[in-house]
Design a protein around this ligand. Structure first.
Ligand SMILES: C[S@@+](CC[C@H](N)C(=O)[O-])C[C@H]1O[C@@H](n2cnc3c(N)ncnc32)[C@H](O)[C@@H]1O
Length: 285
């Protein structure tokens, strides 16, 4: 039985059919921490017996946390409550052979980006210089440095905790000299020291991607790839890929001479009818 089915099954047993129908059928595993979502309609206390059952069933889990609705603020943090096991929110999380020390309450971490982290890493050509504008604990940057052979990855984040974990993760994965963590606002850092520095720019923060597109272009040398991430609401009959492409095209038309689209893909569903879309675009300044 999958972890999601297990969660639904125990939710029905413990909470009854009605409340169980509110539970998101997914257990996120981050290292030895399990996270279940707490819907608006339920109190965290009600989910504690479920968390105890998760600890009994999955012996590698040491701590269970409940994620309350809403990732918010500039650091993109979700409020969490401890539900069972060790009261510890720091762990080591593995992805694509890399190790990431994270504290789920202090830095953004989402296992659903797993495939996207590797997809971007595989696009990187040896010797490239990359700017990652919204690096978090360093996932895209470190995985790219490990799986491909970039010359340099400038890895920016404005959250001091994300920066601290990124510095530690660079050491853990032995990519010092390739990944350079930088604490600060991406626009300011690019204006001050990364203009015309890079062959590829990553923008994995949908809320700021279009506003900061001009800085991504500023960071590109003469030409190069920009990976723009957007949250796209698409009603029935609307094509989220077309919508994302048009939004990026509109923003680019005032900023660059020439551009062409590469892959445009759905990274994940954020909520009903809202999708995170990755738009790869090659620009010539
Ligand atoms: C969605 S998270 C990044 C996800 C991360 N790249 C990953 O793979 O898990 C967005 C990140 O952007 C950072 N951020 C927000 N505003 C910023 C800014 N103006 N400049 C740089 N980083 C910023 C946040 O602190 C957060 O870590």
């Amino acid at each position: 039985m999958t972890r999601g089915r297990f969660l639904k099954k125990i939710a029905r047993e413990i909470l009854g059919e009605d409340k169980a129908s509110l539970i998101w059928g997914r257990i996120e595993i981050i290292g030895d921490i399990a996270v279940i979502r707490i819907p608006f309609e339920l109190e965290p206390e009600e989910l504690k017996p479920l968390a105890e059952r998760i600890l009994e069933e999955f012996k590698y889990i040491r701590s269970v946390w409940g994620g309350l609705p809403g990732v918010s603020g500039p650091y993109r943090l979700r409020p969490y409550v401890h539900l069972a096991g060790e009261k510890r929110s720091e762990t080591i999380y593995r992805e694509h052979g890399c190790l990431f020390k994270v504290d789920i309450t202090r830095v953004y971490v989402s296992p659903t980006l797993n495939y996207e982290h590797r997809r971007i890493a595989r696009l990187v050509r040896p010797g490239e210089v990359i700017t990652n504008m919204f690096a978090g604990a360093g996932f895209f940057s470190i995985i790219a440095a490990k799986l491909s052979r970039p010359r340099k990855v400038y890895s920016i984040d404005v959250n001091p905790d994300a920066y601290r974990f990124m510095v530690e993760n660079v050491r853990l994965n032995k990519v010092e000299g390739i990944v350079e963590p930088i604490l600060g606002d991406a626009a300011q850092v690019i204006m001050e020291k990364l203009q015309s520095s890079s062959d590829r720019v990553l923008m994995p923060y949908p809320e700021l991607a279009l506003d900061y597109l001009r800085y991504a272009i500023m960071a590109i040398r003469n030409c190069g790839w920009v990976h723009v991430y957007l949250h796209i609401e698409a009603d029935k009959g609307e094509n989220p890929y077309e919508k994302a492409k048009n939004m990026v095209a509109d923003a680019l038309s005032e900023l660059v001479k020439k551009y062409g689209f590469g892959t445009i893909r759905k990274v994940r569903t954020v909520k009903p009818r809202t999708y995170q879309i990755a738009v790869d675009v090659f620009i010539e300044k």
